[in-house]
Design a protein around this ligand. Structure first.
Ligand SMILES: [Zn+2]
Ligand SMILES: [Zn+2]
Length: 374
């Protein structure tokens, strides 16, 4: 076979029909069985001759512990080496191991395996915030003051004023295994930090962390609901030695209000109108979380009638459709009637009982004059 052949690494385990964890005895047995079947002395099929040569090659590699280890490493690295090169390397294990170590180191460094352990990420902090319906309806800005843990500036989070590079691992924090170059084990001396502490930091008493006052202004989007968790990226506890900062989570509580109730994004109101407005129709002003809504009451409305005004409820905090306003009408009880009002009510009762002959227009005009909104 020529050294220029571009054939990929053969799977010797498959050739011998054994698992990659097969023992030396299993490899030997498997080869013996194949040899009996395929040996040119007992078999004259040319295809079987080729299979026999491959089985022979597989056995030679897998039965030699050094060659097998090298072969396994190459398989793991999936080098896809030309077959001729593989043979050259298998025949020269020392050179092979050196080359593999170089490759493994390059791969491991590129994948971050040998880099010193990165710092710890900061934790998230939760802070409660009570806001009004008006703030939720329109959106608002709030400032929060709180203590935020961060690395001590004196010792940069190490807890020591002076540190020295760990000589055991050369500051890498991990050690390469002699046996298998891809496996990096923890450095027992520095426990992956890459340095050893010498003098304790007085500023943080060796803790490496201090709590500092922190202030952040937060824009609350219109429509935030009770129980909403607003995430403010990067304002939680600070990360340690290069770790990511945690987030601040503002836990929103919306104060209740006596003149209306939020249901999802809808605003539900019970609204009192006078007797005449309910009977004749008219315009009334309904309280919204911010301001009022001028609303037309249809003639002939009854107590408990539910009216809807689309799109005037709370904005949707996630950018969806705004809610609606639902108004439940309550007909305000009339004051104790004077003689004129008593006469009108009598007239009204006669009208609804079909006893009256008075023209309706006169009656309705008087009703509005005596009972309507002033
Ligand atoms: Zn070390
Ligand atoms: Zn310190």
């Amino acid at each position: 076979m020529s050294a220029r052949s571009s054939k990929k690494l053969p799977n010797y385990y498959e050739v011998l029909n054994v698992g990659s964890d097969a023992t030396a005895a299993e490899v030997k047995d498997a080869f013996r069985r194949l040899a009996l079947e395929l040996h040119p002395d007992v078999n004259d099929d040319p295809d079987d001759h080729a299979r026999f040569r491959l089985a022979n090659e597989a056995y030679r590699v897998l039965s030699d512990p050094t060659q097998r280890k090298t072969y396994d490493t190459m398989r793991l690295l999936d080098l896809g080496l030309p077959i001729g090169r593989l043979k050259e390397w298998l025949d020269d294990p020392i050179r092979m191991q050196g080359a593999l170590n170089k490759i493994a180191t390059v791969l491991a460094v590129a994948s971050g395996l040998f880099r010193p352990k990165p710092g710890r990420d900061g934790r998230d902090l939760t802070i409660p915030a009570s806001i009004s319906h008006a703030d939720s309806y329109a959106g608002c800005e709030r400032a929060f003051d709180y203590g935020r843990e961060a690395d001590c500036e004196t010792c940069k989070g190490t807890g020591f004023e002076t540190i020295s590079t760990c000589v055991h691992c050369g500051g890498v924090g991990r050690l390469r295994s002699d046996y298998f170059p891809l496996v990096a084990k923890r450095c027992p001396r520095c426990e992956t930090r890459g340095w050893i502490g010498e003098t304790r930091c007085a500023a943080c008493d060796g803790a490496g962390r201090v709590t500092r006052a922190h202030r952040v202004k937060v824009r609350m989007p219109a429509g935030v609901t009770d129980g909403y968790r607003l995430r403010v990226t990067g304002h939680g506890e600070a990360g340690s030695r290069g770790g990511k900062d945690g987030d601040l989570i503002v836990l929103v509580a919306v104060e209740s209000r006596s003149d209306g109730r939020r249901q999802g994004n809808d605003w539900a109101v019970e609204h009192a109108v006078d007797f005449a407005t309910a009977a004749l129709g008219g315009v009334t002003h309904v309280p919204l979380p911010v301001g009022t809504l001028a609303m037309r009451i249809p003639a002939g409305s009854w107590d408990g009638r539910r009216l809807r005004v689309a799109g005037r409820g709370f904005p949707d905090v996630r950018g969806g459709d705004a809610g609606d306003v639902f108004v439940t009408l309550r007909i305000r009880p009339a004051e104790a009637p004077d003689d004129a009002r008593r006469a009108l009510i009598d007239e009204y009762l006669r009208t609804v009982r079909g006893e009256s002959t008075a023209p309706a227009g006169d009656f309705l005009g008087a009703l509005e004059r005596h009972f309507g909104a002033h």
